[in-house]
Structures are given as structure tokens and as C-alpha cells.
Design a binder for this molecule. Structure first.
Ligand code: WTA
Length: 660
């Protein structure tokens, strides 16, 4: 099918999965990889000489202080090491090496929610990072120390991350939407010595009280924190604790503008990033320096086809992996200009993203399906008010995109001119794994297409055998280690092994997703195969929400599942057994409100259950396991086809269904 015939199809008739979009000629002509042959050449290199494929890229793309000799060391598998005897500094690679030729080039274009803007050149960014790095050193932060960053989406957050990288400190960014309780848990798990925060941030027309939450976290524990650096963003009144808290501007006042980077070995941890898994406790995903940086660079080039005159905008918050790889590191490592926006997409109205694209002439735009669906719902009139002709490439990440939203993105935002890169990856993988190379690969709405060169993704059955039959679902695995993979879970090697490697006896990395491949080998992600849900693209563990609920004095037991949601992808559905009596008719709006607030305080507002249903019991198997599949069926409002004869009390089914 040609592009033209596709374009004339109406948006309503899009649920045929066989439609194929060739790379638009105008895009492909200028793209870095723009022929199938060039792409195949890369794939062949990777297949024929795996290690040298990656080593060649690592030599070409990274400036090493001392070149590596060892490529892949599997002697401590699954703790793989890449380029481990090489020395480098990630901040040097993101900043210093661009200065001679591109010092005046804009590194960051910033726009605050209230409309304030700031442009920062590479030279200026380098200076600010050096000053802040010196400040950290002056305060006594050294190589290997953990620094927690809890900040809004402002350039200072990137400066803080880069400054840590510059001196070999390990940052752990905590999403600003997480509560004091979550912040405390992460600080304590990482044993952080310092916290960097802000008085607040602007989001959705309100102030996010970051400093107040930080104070609350520190009041409850976190004995390892010695100092708190506070960036002034909102200027509203906050408490400062004498002896502990320092304003950023005061802290950097005497700091020098030159800071020699600390050369670290390639395996030195660049950062920890906590993410949710199948247990109640978030895990600190540990990433390396050299391998991670290589993944960020190669994917900026392959998937985003980044060019010198692009304005790259990834809307992800720095609190998520996407904000690490495609805000704080990737764009800078390739010397690009990126846009950072502080606030919500709907302030002052749902046209804000398109307004920003128009005014700043964004050329590459990368966001989550949730945002696309929410903005699609607001109608075509908002984007139509803006000139979107600067856009040349669109991307999505974080959850499956439904074909309808894909088509809207394609027609209304991309105006049929821009390829869409649907990128599958994870906090653990560090960078894109399965994604189109937009100048050389046809795309299909809803599919993340094919693995990138050097990425051995596959779909396997329970025994680990490749599933060759088209459209049959199985486990998504990666069969060989890759440079930007996680190295371990901070402080818990055993959990690293059991979560990702035990399922297939250490042979394959288990992603935790289920997927299928179609007759062309294209991957279709079907969702998580574990107890993780994706709510508005945010990754949450159902067990974490359950632990939060049972910590409430009135709750005896809780089970949480995801149910499909038109905008958010998934919504949170909680079944609750109370201590004492179930509310009359299963309804107690006051308690439901209290429980939602409670979960918001325990984890963060993103984890508040959308539905809470009260029952006298949870459905359990004879061995006492909660029948989650049954709960999912009920949450979806579907008919129950499972065998429920083992239930002790079948009567609770009516309660769970909200019918009694
Ligand atoms: C899901 C986000 C479908 C998937 C970068 C994965 C996706 C989890 C896609 C990781 C995609 C991410 N299509 N599903 N393009 N990208 N996912 O760690 O379930 O926040 O395992 O990393 O998001 O979420 P995380």
C-alpha cells in the first residue's frame, strides 16, 4: 500500500493491523540511515561479529581518556561488564568535547509553565555544571557517593545530574510526583549523603511543594543525608533548616568555573533509578557509565536520526528513565539542541504542546501514548491553530499505543509527513531496544517494529524456545547482553538474578512483558506479564499499592489490578477487605476518599486507586493465592468464565462485582 492511499483512509477504519507506512521520501532523503541496505549492513555486522560491532561503535562514538581493551566480560554473568578497562567521563562526553566547535550552540531551550524562557549554550551549560560540580566537591561529595535529586523539570535538574557525573558521584533522581514517604524510602535504600531539591515547581497551574515533601521525608528518617541544596524556582516561602539546607545560589557563589572531570572506569555506576517490580519494594536499577552512554548515543542517531539543526523535544520528566536517556544525557552527548518544558500539557489549554512546537520550531517530538490520547480527545481544532510544519519526526514511549491514537498522531500532528517511532524499552534496558529506524523501515500503527542492530530480542515460550508461529504470544526476552543494560539492583544482586535471569536459567534476560510477532517478524507488545501496571505511562507495582493500602489502620487485606482505561492506558482497581464490617451496600464514599488520599501520601498522587471495592473476603485458591485473573476479569466488567468452585464463599463474587 502506498503512502497516498494510506493517507486517504479515514481514521475510523484503522483497525486493520496489516497497514504499512513506508518512510516518507522527504524524510528518508536526508536521514542518516536511509536505505534497507545500510540497515542490513549494520544488522549483519552485529550478527557476524557481535562484540566487535559494539566495540567499533564505542570507539567511534565515545571519547575515552584511556581506551578499553576488553569488550565484553561475561566471567561474572549475569553481571556483565562492557569496556571495563576503559576510562571516561560521561559529562565530558556530553559537554567538553563539543565546546571547541559548538560552544555557542544552544544546548537547552527551556520554557516554564508560566511562560518564562531561558536559552543555555553549551559553553554556559559547561560552566554551570563545573560550578555545581565544584560545589558538590567543596561540600565533601566524592566518587561513589549517592546524591538524590528531587526537582522540577528545569535545566538546573540536568545541571545537577551532569555535575554528579562529572565528579563520579552516583545520582538517583526521584520523580517530583512521588510523596515524602517514597522519597524517604529511596534515600534510605541508596544511603544518599546529599539531597538536591527546589522550593517547588510549577505544574498544572499549582506549585508542587517539593521542599515541604523533602522536609517531611528527612524528618522521618534518612540519617545519611548531611546537606540539602535548594534551588529557587517558585520563590514562595519555604522552611530552611540552618546547618543542613543551603540555597543553590549561595552554594555556588564561590565555586570555580573549571572542574577537571573525574575519569572513571566504564563500569562505574552513573546512576540508580528506582522502579517498580513485582514486590512491594521498588528496586534501584543500577546503570553503568560507558555502556549506558553508548546506548544513549546510538539510539539518538539511529532512532531519532538526530541532526545538527534539529530541535529535539522529549516531554518525559527527568524522574523517569526516558528523562535520563533522552533529556539529561542522550541529546547532550550528540551535541544537539533540546527543549525542556516544566509544566503540564493543558496549561493554559490543551494546545500548549503544539504552541511550544510552533514557537520554538521543534523538529523531533517524543511523548507518551497517554498524552497523545488525552490531547486527541480535545479535538483537532487545538493543533489546527498552530503551524506544525517544523516537525519532521514523532515518537512514542512507555506503553502500547493503540492504532487509533497512532493514526491521529500521524494525520493531525505529523500531517502525514513525519515518521512515527514507537520505541519499546525499559528502565532496565537503558535505551531503545525495539524501534523503527525511521528512514529505512516501514512502520505499522501499534507495533514497535523490529529490534535495533545488536539487540537480540525474541518471543519465547515457557521452555525458552522461540515462537515461530506468527501472532502467538509469549515472553519477551533479550538473548545476549547489550552495553546499556542494567548492571544489578542496588544492594540486591540476588533480586537482580531472580527477577531477570532465573526464568530461563541465566540464558536470557526476561523483560517482564508479553509480546507477539506477526508474519513480518514485527513485534507487538501485549503488556506486562507480571504484577506491574502502566498508568499514564507511569510504572507502578500492584503490590506497592497493596502494601500502601494495608498500612492504613482500617484495611485488613487488599488486592490491586489494572483495568483498561481509554486515556491512561490502565487504571488502578483496588479490592479492599476492612478490619471490621464491610460498609453497607459496599459504599462508603468518605472512607474511599480517605484511602485514596492515604495512597497518595504513601506513594504519590499517580498511585491513587481509581476504583475501590469492598468485600468480606478476597477470592483465593485453596492454597491461599489471590485469584488475580478473576479480579482482572471483574475489574474489566467482563463475564466470569473462570472456575470459581474452589472459592470458600462464592457469595463474595457479587460483592466484588459491586452488585451487593
Ligand atoms: C512498557 C519506559 C509498549 C513495557 C521506557 C515495558 C511499552 C515498560 C513501550 C517499561 C512501547 C515501554 N510499547 N509498551 N513502545 N515502551 N513499554 O521502565 O511494559 O517505565 O516493560 O520504561 O513500559 O517501563 P519503564
Amino acid at each position: 500500500m502506498t503512502e497516498e492511499t494510506m493517507a486517504s483512509e479515514s481514521i475510523d477504519s484503522i483497525l486493520h493491523e496489516e497497514r504499512l507506512f513506508q518512510p516518507p521520501v522527504t524524510f528518508a532523503t536526508k536521514a542518516r540511515i536511509n536505505t534497507r541496505e545500510r540497515l542490513q549492513e549494520l544488522q549483519h555486522q552485529a550478527e557476524n561479529d557481535y562484540e566487535n560491532f559494539w566495540a567499533g561503535l564505542a570507539r567511534q562514538e565515545i571519547t575515552w581518556q584511556r581506551p578499553f581493551q576488553s569488550i565484553l566480560d561475561s566471567s561474572r554473568a549475569p553481571h556483565f561488564r562492557w569496556f571495563h578497562d576503559g576510562l571516561l567521563n560521561v559529562s565530558y562526553n556530553c559537554l567538553d568535547r563539543h565546546l571547541a566547535q559548538h560552544g555557542q550552540k544552544t544546548a537547552i531551550v527551556f520554557e516554564g509553565e508560566q511562560g518564562d524562557t531561558r536559552r543555555i549554550s553549551y559553553t554556559e551549560l559547561h560552566r554551570e555544571v563545573c560550578r555545581f560540580a565544584n560545589t558538590l566537591k567543596n561540600i565533601g561529595i566524592t566518587h561513589g557517593d549517592r546524591v538524590v535529586i528531587y526537582m522540577p523539570m528545569i535545566p538546573d535538574a540536568v545541571i545537577a545530574m551532569q555535575a554528579c557525573a562529572r565528579i563520579g558521584a552516583i545520582h538517583s533522581v526521584v520523580f517530583g510526583g512521588f510523596s515524602a514517604e517514597s522519597l524517604k524510602d529511596r534515600i534510605e535504600d541508596a544511603g544518599a549523603r546529599m539531597l538536591i531539591t527546589a522550593d517547588g515547581g510549577h505544574r498544572g497551574g499549582k506549585i508542587v511543594e517539593l521542599k515541604a515533601a523533602a522536609d517531611k521525608a528527612l524528618a522521618k528518617g534518612c540519617p545519611t543525608i548531611e546537606h540539602v541544596i535548594v534551588c529557587r524556582r517558585t520563590g514562595h516561602d519555604i522552611d530552611m533548616h540552618a546547618g543542613r539546607d543551603i540555597w543553590w545560589t549561595d552554594a555556588v557563589a564561590d565555586a570555580g568555573e573549571k572542574c577537571e572531570p573525574m575519569w572513571v572506569d566504564s563500569e562505574h555506576p552513573l546512576f540508580l533509578l528506582y522502579t517498580s517490580g513485582s514486590t512491594g519494594k521498588p528496586k534501584g536499577i543500577q546503570h553503568s557509565s560507558g555502556g549506558y552512554l553508548l546506548g544513549a548515543i546510538t539510539t539518538m542517531k539511529w532512532v531519532f536520526d538526530i541532526q545538527d539543526n534539529d530541535l529535539f523535544w522529549c516531554t518525559a520528566d527527568i524522574g523517569w528513565i526516558t528523562g535520563h536517556t533522552y533529556v539529561a544525557y542522550g541529546p547532550l552527548a550528540v551535541g544537539a539542541t533540546m527543549l525542556m518544558y516544566e509544566g503540564a500539557p493543558t496549561v493554559p489549554d490543551g494546545g500548549r504542546f503544539w504552541d511550544i512546537c510552533e514557537r520554538h520550531k521543534v523538529s523531533i517530538f517524543y511523548t507518551a501514548p497517554t498524552a497523545i490520547r488525552a490531547l486527541m480527545k480535545l479535538g483537532d481544532a487545538l493543533p489546527a491553530r498552530h503551524d506544525l510544519s517544523s516537525l519532521r519526526l514523532l515518537g512514542t514511549v512507555g506503553e502500547p499505543i493503540n492504532p487509533e491514537a497512532w493514526m491521529w498522531y500521524h494525520h493531525v500532528i505529523g500531517q502525514e509527513r513525519c515518521p512515527i517511532v514507537d520505541t519499546w524499552w525499559q528502565t532496565e534496558t537503558g535505551c531503545h531496544m525495539i524501534a523503527p529506524i525511521p528512514g529505512a523501515m516501514p512502520t505499522k500503527p501499534g507495533s514497535c517494529t523490529l529490534p535495533l542492530p545488536g539487540i537480540t530480542a525474541d518471543v519465547v515460550d515457557e521452555q525458552g524456545n522461540s515462537i515461530t508461529q506468527p501472532d502467538k504470544g509469549g515472553y519477551l526476552v533479550i538473548k545476549k547482553p547489550w552495553p546499556s543494560m542494567l548492571r544489578t539492583i542496588w544492594g540486591d544482586d540476588q533480586r537482580y538474578i531472580s527477577t531477570y535471569w532465573d526464568k530461563f536459567s541465566g540464558k536470557y534476560y526476561l523483560a517482564g512483558d508479553s509480546a507477539r510477532r506477526d508474519q513480518d517478524g514485527y513485534f507487538w507488545i501485549m503488556g506486562r506479564a507480571d504484577d506491574v501496571i502502566k498508568v499514564s505511562g507511569h510504572r507502578l507495582g500492584t503490590m506497592e499499592i497493596e502494601s500502601a493500602l494495608v498500612a492504613h489502620p482500617r484495611v485488613a487485606e487488599a488486592a490491586v489490578v489494572g483495568r483498561p482505561d481509554e486515556i491512561k492506558g490502565e487504571a488502578i482497581f483496588a479490592y479492599v477487605v476492612l478490619r471490621g464490617k464491610r460498609p453497607e451496600g459496599g459504599i462508603d464514599e468518605v472512607l474511599t476518599g480517605d484511602l485514596r488520599t492515604w495512597v497518595g501520601e504513601q506513594i504519590g498522587p499517580i498511585a491513587k486507586p481509581d476504583d475501590i471495592r469492598y468485600a468480606d473476603n478476597l477470592p483465593k485458591t485453596r492454597s491461599g493465592k489471590i485469584m488475580r485473573r478473576l479480579l482482572r476479569t471483574i475489574a474489566r466488567g467482563e463475564e466470569i468464565t473462570q472456575d470459581t468452585s474452589t472459592l470458600e464463599n462464592e457469595g463474595i463474587l457479587l460483592q466484588l462485582q459491586g452488585k451487593e
